[in-house]
Design a binder for this molecule. Structure first.
Ligand code: ADP
Ligand code: MG
Length: 188
């Protein structure tokens, strides 16, 4: 899996009955037009609602349209950027990443960032702004991102750039993982 997808998940595999509200939005994104316009996609929702599934499926769509795609968790992206920064290679790495039409950042919000990491992540977002697409997933609403990035101002500046040209998809409901297991909901 050269693009780094954790598992192969497609739009065809997705059960729309579980997320009827986003069906039309996802169908529109599946044309791939968002990539040509460097638009972003943000998938928000509680655990198990299909954020990683849809991010992967849209990544596969992008690859089919001939775009280079990289998938990693937010934590992994920060590790990569930190390594590049330590070696004095951050500008070079950001330039290299700009050649990818789509970068997927999964799981923003599960782990908080250190201040330095938050700044590096902000630079990734800035370097792609109006140039190439990002897909981000998060279990937190935007209002909770300040706590993740440790700084309300950095979070606000980043969200501003992300959502200026973005589709925000809000997934709802119970975890698909727990279906049929007699478990109604997870602690929130
Ligand atoms: P999240 O990233 O939101 O925590 P995932 O995308 O990892 O959730 O989904 C958890 C599991 O349930 C995965 O195996 C995924 O393929 C499956 N899944 C979630 N939602 C759906 C759906 N609507 N249709 C089919 N499978 C789904
Ligand atoms: Mg996930």
């Amino acid at each position: 899996k050269a693009a780094g997808f954790p598992a192969r998940k497609t739009l065809e595999d997705f059960d729309w009955d579980a997320q009827p509200a986003v069906r039309q939005q996802v169908a529109a994104l599946a044309s791939g037009g968002f990539l040509l316009e460097a638009q972003n996609v943000v998938l928000l929702g509680p655990p198990g609602t299909g954020k990683t599934h849809l991010a992967t499926a849209l990544g596969i769509v992008a690859a089919r349209h001939g775009h280079r795609v990289l998938f990693a968790t937010a934590t992994d992206w920060v590790t990569r950027l930190t390594d590049a920064h330590r070696q004095g290679l951050l500008p070079k790495e950001l330039a290299r990443l700009r050649r990818y039409g789509l970068i997927i950042v999964d799981e923003v919000g599960y782990l908080p960032f250190e201040q330095d990491a938050a700044n590096l992540f902000f630079q990734l977002v800035s370097s792609r702004y109006e140039h190439a697409s990002l897909i981000l997933t998060s279990n937190l609403p935007f209002s909770g991102w300040g706590g993740v990035f440790g700084d309300q101002a950095v979070a606000a500046a980043m969200i501003d750039r992300i959502v200026h040209h973005a589709d925000v998809l809000t997934l709802k409901g119970a975890s698909y993982r727990l279906r049929g297991r007699g478990i109604d909901s997870l602690p929130s």
